[in-house]
Design a protein around this ligand. Structure first.
Ligand code: FAD
Length: 309
């Protein structure tokens, strides 16, 4: 079943994003995390894709393994930066052979130390829209999602051009949209209104990531450049006396965001997990939804304080 069909079911879908660990120990821990999240019945999970060679292999292996071991549909992220058409084809062929049917088509960012001319090979793809069109033409069995940025992508010349570029990705065949994380739902609602105005009628899934420590807040600010942290959240984080209290602030804030999003009829919630289960479990429990209440507690001492690179 394709993601938009899964999302059109009458319940609110939840999904989780993971990244491929770099070390063996991280893989074991990740599979524990996944098994802790499975009882929440995610509609799908997604796996990020890095620019380097071994990272790409790890994404492929993780995608295939998660789908095989859990039976949960997996969305494989795929970026086109620094990749030739032949490399993209090879990746898509392998996914096809392994029964993967969902791709999040992204441009990606130029990796540190990569020259501009190497980032865009002559026979590669310049923008995500080109990758979407390529997949839809040559791999019509693949469902394709794309990224969007409710508060604007840092490299967009202006918000009107950015909406044109998103519209182009939908015209090229994208089936759904997942957003960058945000802390103020008003940005998401405004973005959804713009999508409706631009006749973008595919599901738009909000991406949620709670602050779990001050360190993680700084990393999020780096990673999600355009995302604003509301003053009231920032003040609450700085008022919190211990890292546990910071965590409580972050979970409370994210749970309120999720409650409000569900009240406003979103089709799904996509959690950026950083390969940890605890925050997503706490948010779901805090919301008090019946199906979330039977999930056992899995709190570990160091979780939420460490972010694996
Ligand atoms: C949900 C989500 C998941 C992500 N997963 C990953 C991941 O797994 N791996 C990873 O490396 N990165 C990932 N990223 C980061 C993403 O790759 C970067 O933010 C990247 O800069 C933008 O990707 P995009 O697909 O939106 O690119 P695009 O849609 O190509 O847009 C990038 C910029 O180019 C502009 N643009 C688009 N089309 C055109 C055009 N035709 N002409 C001129 N300008 C144009 C856009 O307005 C925007 O400013 C993710 C981001 C999100 C929101």
């Amino acid at each position: 079943m394709q993601i938009p069909h899964i999302l059109r079911d009458d319940h609110v879908s939840i999904s989780f994003e993971f990244f491929p660990p770099k070390v063996e120990r991280g893989w074991n821990r990740l599979f524990e995390t996944i098994s802790e999240l499975v009882p929440l019945h995610p509609s799908y999970v997604s796996v990020t894709y890095g620019a380097g060679g071994s990272t790409r292999e790890n994404t492929h292996d993780l995608v295939v393994r998660v789908q095989r071991e859990t039976g949960i549909p997996v969305v494989a992220h795929l970026t086109c930066v620094s990749a030739t058409e032949a490399e993209i084809r090879e990746t898509l062929d392998r996914y096809t052979r392994n029964g993967i049917r969902h791709i999040l088509a992204l441009r990606g960012d130029i990796p540190d130390g990569t020259l501009e001319e190497d980032a865009w090979p002559a026979d590669g793809f310049r923008h995500a829209v080109d990758l979407v069109a390529f997949i839809k033409q040559h791999y019509p069995h693949m469902g394709v999602g794309v990224a969007a940025f409710p508060e604007g992508h840092p490299q967009s010349p202006n918000c009107l051009r950015e909406m044109d570029h998103l519209r182009a990705k939908i015209d090229a065949g994208a089936d759904w949209v997942v957003t960058q994380l945000f802390f103020d739902n008003r940005h998401f609602y405004d973005f959804c209104e713009k999508c409706a105005f631009y006749n973008i009628n595919v599901p738009v899934i909000p991406g949620i990531m709670p602050i779990t420590s001050r360190l993680n807040m700084h990393r999020m600010a780096d990673l999600a450049g355009g995302t604003r942290i509301p003053a009231s959240l920032l003040k609450a984080v700085w008022r919190a006396e211990t890292n546990d209290f910071v965590r409580n602030v972050g979970i409370h804030w994210a749970a309120e965001q999720v409650r409000d999003l569900i009240d406003n009829g979103v089709a799904g919630i996509h959690f950026y997990t950083l390969n940890h289960s605890r925050a997503s479990l706490d948010i779901c429990r805090t919301m008090g939804l019946k199906s979330f209440l039977n999930v056992p507690s899995v709190v570990t001492a160091e979780e939420g304080l460490t972010v694996e690179a």
